[in-house]
Design a protein around this ligand. Structure first.
Ligand code: COA
Length: 254
């Protein structure tokens, strides 16, 4: 079965991370599937809303670390950048349901969603610094804007995880619910949106986001250039190798 399930019903295209044995970490092929699904959803009149979900135990452990080591994204046409540009510019509403860990891009993609529902077991983290990396998905712009600089620094400089209630407090999520109900609550909200006039949804989202669309895309490019370089540097190589070897990283020489 595919690692990204795509199902459209009642105007809602539901994209489900389906690689639970690897904690829904996202491979290059999965980014390509996500990017393709968003491109299709954008043009398909039958899709009015997109919902992104994992299962009750895990949203996503972020980028597949084996991929980071063996086939780091090369350039702006790589699947991850296609996905990021697609989600940042997606014109229709996007809803997310997050339970369990949401690591790296598992958290940063949420800055590009419109409604986010979290299970009370959700744990958000952006541990880029701990991996010798820098933020992506314009999170270096959007996290300080949403959380304030100091709380964003805890998340981005210390790389500290934060739980559902803290995410609610800083405005990253709309509501915290029991994990077993999270996907259903998000689906219900997505269907509510899907019943509204699509042209009004699209115009309202455009007006809400339009003011800083160019800045978001420019920041993504800037982050992407740094991230791509840092992926190949010794600190990140040590962090990824340590993860694969199930040991603590040793940054004493980098
Ligand atoms: N890339 C590749 N494989 C991953 C992965 C990732 N990002 N995250 C988890 N996995 C794999 C593990 O290697 C393990 O595989 P194995 O069973 O073949 O050994 C399996 O998924 C289960 O992971 P495990 O770490 O044992 O689960 P856990 O419940 O103890 O911890 C996480 C869950 C998400 C907290 C932990 O897996 C983690 O921190 N992952 C890395 C997150 C990360 O740094 N992502 C990059 C962000 S830029």
């Amino acid at each position: 079965m595919s690692d990204i399930l795509v199902h459209t019903e009642a105007g809602v295209m539901t994209l489900t991370f389906n690689r639970v044995d690897k904690k829904n970490s996202i491979t290059s092929a999965m980014y390509a599937a996500l990017a393709d699904a968003l491109a299709q959803a954008k043009d398909d009149a039958a899709v009015r809303v997109v919902l992104i979900q994992g299962d009750a135990t895990i949203f996503s452990a972020g980028n597949d670390i084996g991929d980071f080591l063996n086939q780091p994204p090369a350039g702006q046409d790589s699947p991850v950048f296609r996905f990021l540009r697609g989600i940042a510019q997606f014109p229709k509403p996007i809803v997310a349901a997050v339970c369990g860990p949401a690591v790296g891009i598992g958290t940063t993609l949420l800055f590009h969603c419109d409604l986010v529902y979290a299970g009370d077991n959700a744990a958000f983290s952006m541990p880029f610094v701990n991996l010798g990396l820098c933020p992506e998905a314009a999170s270096s712009l959007l996290a300080p804007q949403m959380f304030g600089h100091h709380r964003a620094a805890e998340a981005l400089l210390l790389g500290e995880p934060f739980m559902a209630e803290a995410a609610l407090e800083v405005g990253l999520v709309n509501r915290v619910v029991p994990p077993t109900e999270c996907n259903a609550v998000a689906q219900q909200q997505a269907r509510k949106l899907a019943a509204k006039p699509l042209s009004a949804l699209i115009e309202t989202k455009r007006l809400m986001k339009g003011g800083q669309q160019a800045a978001v895309l420019a920041r993504m490019d800037e982050e992407g250039a740094s991230f791509g370089r840092m992926l190949r540097e010794p600190a990140a190589r040590e962090a990824f190798t340590a993860f694969m070897e199930k040991r603590k990283p040793d940054f004493s020489k980098v």
